[in-house]
Structure formats: C-alpha cells, structure tokens
Write a protein that binds this ligand. Structure first.
Ligand SMILES: [Zn+2]
Length: 365
C-alpha cells in the first residue's frame, strides 16, 4: 500500500505529498532516528518559525545534532500545535506538516517578486524597468533587506531540492555548473546546499526576529569605489558586527567590518530590479562562503557580462558568486525572468536547453 499521493498539478511545494519532496526521511527528536540532514532541516524550520508561533526564543545552531536546545525547541513547538506532544517529529506526522504549513502560509510574496521595486511592477516571470527616480542610500538598504526577506520561502524550497537530488534537479544544476559535459556530482550539489542553507539561515533569522538580523547585514557605503555596485567580506558571516577583517588589496590595507554587505551609490543604477536581486544574492554568496585565504572562498571567477562566463571550469563555477547567485535567482523568480536580463541575453539558448524553473518547480521540456 502506498501512503503517498502523486499529483501532477501541485500548487504548493510545502503542502505536497510527493515522496520525493518529503521534507524529512526519518524521525527527529525523542527516540527518533535523528539523521543529520533531517535534524538540520527541522532546525531550519524551527528557526524560520516566529517565537510567538512556537519557534525557539533563541536561534538554534543548524548543525544537524539533536541536543537539549533542539529537543526543547521541538517540545515548545509541539506544545503549541499538538494536543498530545510526544517530542518526536515523524516524516508524515502532524508536527512536520504544521511546521511546513506555517512557513507556506506566511509566504506572502508571489513567486517572481523580490524586493521593494520588484513589486508591483515586476510580474512573475518578466523583468521590468528600473524606477525613474534614483533610490537614496536608505531606500537602497530597504530594497536590499526586502529582497533577502522575500527570498526565504524559495531558499527553503531550494534546500529540499539540493538535499533530495532527483535526476531533474541534477540536470538543472548542470545548467549553471557543468563544463564540457562534466556533470555536477551529488557531493558538489551538497556543497551548494551548504551555501544555500547558510544564506537561508541569515534570512530566516531576520524574518523570525524582525529587522535586526538583516540590519546587521545590509548597509550603505557612500564611499564605495567607483564602479562597485556592492561589496562584502568573504566569510563575513563568521565574524560578529564588532569584528573586522583586515586584508591588503592593490597594496592598500583594508579594514572591513564583519557581518556586513555594503551597497554602493551606483546600486540604484542597475537596469532592472532583477539585476539588483542578483547583486544582493551574489554578495550573500561571498558572505556565507569560506573565509578569505582558505582557497575555498566563493570568488569572482567570471561575471555574467563576460563572454567566458559559461566556459570556465566546473570547480571555478562552483566557487563563483555570480554562478551560485544565478542558480538561486533562477529558482526564486523562474527561468523566463532570468533569460530576459541584459547580462544573460547572449546565453539565452544555453539557459533554455536545461530543465526550467516554472512557478517554483523544476520541470523538464
Ligand atoms: Zn563578487
């Protein structure tokens, strides 16, 4: 007997009963199998839940380990949603359903709309033109924060995709990362999952706890170098707001505050809202990747406006902020919206070859 119903016209990822999209594989909590990936997802769900809705008062580390804090958070959430809490979350049980439904119901932004000037002009799947009046620094910061906040649901959904690694998802990843038919491996998809999860952690923190989480990330830098749309410190999420990273660039010592993504004055000049979204996600990829000097940091190996964007090696693509950000952006706003951006016009045939993202789902054909 199958307990799983398949539907070809699902509307909502989180409410789906499709086995391949099942959020957790085993049980989590008291007496559960507590597989690391499952525990990590439960921790992410709990962190995405506002405290007054049963989420933890203090954010959990998303380390995949079931300790007293995670167990206490499960107990707290169950006390809120179940009449008979048992401390354990089962793959098809009421707790996981409540956790996912809560996030689903709180998703108020239609797919394809991110940020302030992404709405209402930007219909799903079609880029719109830039606002006629330039944004002030404060408006740009508000825009950047809103872009991140609106990404939450897509990031959570993308985490599932990268965790389950179905053939369609893997074929879709090749669009962004394969070279000369050298395909993306499951291990590489898992590393991308790490980046997406780290960005999601920052975003869910902001959404669960109000503006503070994002306030410490997105800031305006009126003195940014000419030509710099935005900048950040690689691995800056490993630093507190009170720490600095000091490094030398072009012979100049730079002392950059930790935990910050800076928007430069020309951030407002980008030709379409979608370009701003791409920029913010791009910086977040640098921000949550490994620290500078590790050799594994998320770098700028090729920008999309450069002709060799798609022909650099697979390793370079997997460590390229522009490539990872484009994957996330495509998942959030859909393939139709990204192929229309000025930066990607010349690569349209490539992006149309692989599985597409339509309405938050990866589809072939
Ligand atoms: Zn960059």
């Amino acid at each position: 007997m199958s307990l799983v119903a398949h539907s070809s016209h699902r509307k909502c990822f989180f409410c789906s009963n499709d086995a391949t999209d099942k959020p957790i594989v085993g049980s989590v909590g008291k007496g559960g199998t507590n597989k690391k990936a499952d525990v990590q997802l439960v921790q992410a769900f709990l962190n995405s839940t506002p405290p007054e809705e049963g989420g933890p008062a203090v954010l959990l580390a998303e380390d995949g380990l079931i300790g007293p804090k995670t167990q206490a958070a499960i107990d707290k959430f169950q006390a809120k949603v179940l009449s008979r809490p048992d401390g354990r979350i089962d793959p098809h049980g009421p707790t996981i359903k409540a956790l996912t439904t809560l996030i689903c119901d709180s998703a108020s932004v239609p797919p394809g709309r991110l940020g302030l000037d992404g709405r209402p002009g930007q219909a799903a799947g079609s880029p719109s033109t830039a606002p006629k009046t330039p944004q002030t620094g404060a408006q740009m910061v508000a825009e950047g924060k809103q872009i991140l906040k609106d990404l939450e649901r897509s990031l959570m959904s993308l985490r599932f995709k990268l965790l389950h690694q179905t053939p369609t998802t893997m074929a879709w990843l090749n669009k962004h990362f394969e070279t000369a038919k050298v395909k993306v491996t499951p291990g590489e998809a898992s590393k991308l999952l790490g980046i997406v999860s780290a960005i999601h952690f920052q975003v869910s923190r902001a959404n669960a706890f109000g503006a503070q989480g994002i306030d410490s990330i997105i800031m305006f830098d009126p003195k940014a170098d000419a030509g710099v749309i935005a900048w950040t410190v690689r691995g800056g999420d490993k630093l507190s707001t009170k720490q600095f990273q000091i490094y030398v660039e072009k012979g100049v010592n730079i002392k950059a505050p930790g935990h910050t993504v800076f928007l430069g004055p020309i951030f407002t000049n980008q030709p379409a809202p979608i370009e701003k979204q791409w920029t913010v996600i791009h910086e977040m990829c640098h921000f949550v990747g490994p620290r500078d000097g590790t050799g594994l940091e998320i770098d700028d190996n090729a920008y999309a406006f450069e002709p060799h964007f798609l022909s650099i090696g697979k390793w370079f693509k997997l460590h390229n902020a522009e490539s990872i950000a484009l994957m996330i952006l495509e998942f959030a706003v859909g393939t139709a919206a990204i192929v229309g951006t000025p930066r990607l016009a010349k690569f349209k045939s490539h992006f149309d070859t692989f599985p597409k993202v339509v309405g938050g789902q990866i589809v072939t054909g």
